[in-house]
Design a protein around this ligand. Structure first.
Ligand SMILES: NC(=O)c1ccc[n+]([C@@H]2O[C@H](COP(=O)([O-])OP(=O)(O)OC[C@H]3O[C@@H](n4cnc5c(N)ncnc54)[C@H](O)[C@@H]3O)[C@@H](O)[C@H]2O)c1
Length: 379
């Protein structure tokens, strides 16, 4: 399938790094409203530049547009693509307002098109191994999940020096204005919704812990940088998702069932280790001296999820970026293309994307919504 990229910034290089994993996708060309960004990216990757979005959409060979622009542009760019009859795979969130996301999904349905939203980490080996372990009853009946999306005080790091492969600067101001929950909640909301189905009720709390991020932005321009969302799934499971830019980095997931606990070390690593422990959270090591030593070591540790029986995570030959985001970013568009060819509903598309977007928007700015919140969307 022929694809085109709109938005030639930091994340676009992650997509290009993982494009060779999917030879069935052919890049027709790229566009960025910043011609300098488009030129830098196109020169590095040997891609054709479309000077305008209209020019890109006028090319009949483009089947699927990857919308990799900043979140504030997602709605307008995806809308233009759908109106021009193109399928859209958008970076998260689908839109910044729930009504806008609903409009995109409705329009896509009316036009017989597909609109899907990143992240595609749920299609990775670690997520799929976790899903299978839950379905196999490895931990019994799941009652609770704790999902952490703590990204530490990145605003105190030397982020001005961070560059993507082709040289795009890390968009600090945009990240701080959009908010870490809108940026990161989707990574685990997609997993949780895939495992447990739609959310029936959510109670969220969010706050701005660092209104001054060391940029020239005013406090009003800075979004909440901490949120906790408690989710009740229609299937009965309950989850707590935390997103923050304060506490030390932690991207773990713990699934608590009646017979045991599954712990995923890092949701941004497609091949993250996964550990199985007993219902009390202990590794059940072989009796003897080793067992005693490990129990003693465990006792003194605040985080114990590196102890446990390691589940086998399938190997994959897929290339991933050599950064903290060790995911096959192109897997989402590739599986979308495959589903479109087979006239099937793609993963991460339509009502699923809308649901994850709605939950992320509400958790990012919880003070704007009455709690408990009952989502408008379902899938
Ligand atoms: N930075 C990361 O590590 C990262 C990782 C995963 C996902 N994402 C997501 O990727 C998206 C893009 O983030 P980024 O970090 O690449 O941002 P960025 O600022 O580096 O790049 C975005 C690019 O989009 C262009 N753009 C914006 N509006 C446009 C429009 N209307 N038409 C054409 N071009 C437009 C900008 O000029 C810019 O070059 C966001 O949704 C973000 O959440 C980012």
């Amino acid at each position: 399938m022929n694809i085109a990229i709109v938005g030639c910034g930091f994340v676009a290089d992650y997509y290009m790094t993982t494009l060779p994993n999917h030879p069935e996708l052919k890049l027709v060309g790229v566009h960025d409203r910043d011609s300098g960004a488009a030129k830098r990216f196109a020169a590095f990757h040997g891609a054709r530049i479309f000077d305008t979005l209209d020019a890109l959409l006028a090319d009949p060979s483009v089947d699927l547009v990857l919308n990799l622009t900043n979140p504030s542009s997602h709605y307008a760019v995806s809308l233009a693509c759908l109106e021009a009859g193109r399928h859209v795979y958008s970076e998260k969130p689908l839109a910044m307002e729930i009504g806008e996301a609903e409009h995109l999904v409705t329009l896509a349905r009316e036009k017989g098109l597909q609109v899907a939203s990143a992240p595609s980490s749920v299609l990775g080996e670690a997520a799929q191994t976790t899903r299978r372990a839950i379905e196999d009853g490895t931990v019994g009946e799941v009652r609770l999940a704790y999902a952490e999306m703590e990204d530490s005080m990145v605003f105190r790091e030397n982020y001005r020096s961070w560059r993507s492969l082709s040289g795009a600067p890390w968009p600090a101001e945009d990240e701080f204005a959009v908010g870490c929950t809108l940026e990161h909640a989707g990574y685990y909301l997609t997993w949780l919704c895939e495992f447990f189905g739609p959310v029936e009720e959510m109670t969220a709390f969010s706050a701005k812990l660092f209104p001054d991020k060391g940029t020239s932005q005013t406090a009003a321009e800075i979004a909440n940088d901490f949120s906790v969302a408690c989710l009740r799934f229609r299937s009965g499971a309950v989850a707590r998702l935390t997103c923050g830019l304060a506490a030390p980095s932690d991207r773990s997931l713990h699934i608590v069932g009646t017979k045991g606990v599954l712990s995923v070390t890092d949701g941004w690593n497609a091949r993250s280790p996964i550990y199985l422990r007993d219902p009390a959270g202990h590794w059940r090591p072989r009796a003897g001296i080793l067992g005693k030593v490990l129990r003693r070591l465990e006792r003194g540790r605040p985080l114990k999820h590196w102890f446990g029986r390691k589940l086998p995570v399938p190997r994959s030959g897929a290339t991933v970026p050599d950064t903290s985001s060790r995911m096959d970013f192109m897997r989402g568009p590739a599986q979308m293309a495959e589903a479109i060819r087979a006239s099937a509903r793609p993963p991460l598309a339509d009502a699923f994307a809308l649901h994850v977007t709605e939950l992320s928007i509400v958790a990012q700015s919880a003070e704007r919504y009455p709690m408990p919140y009952r989502p408008r969307s379902t899938f």
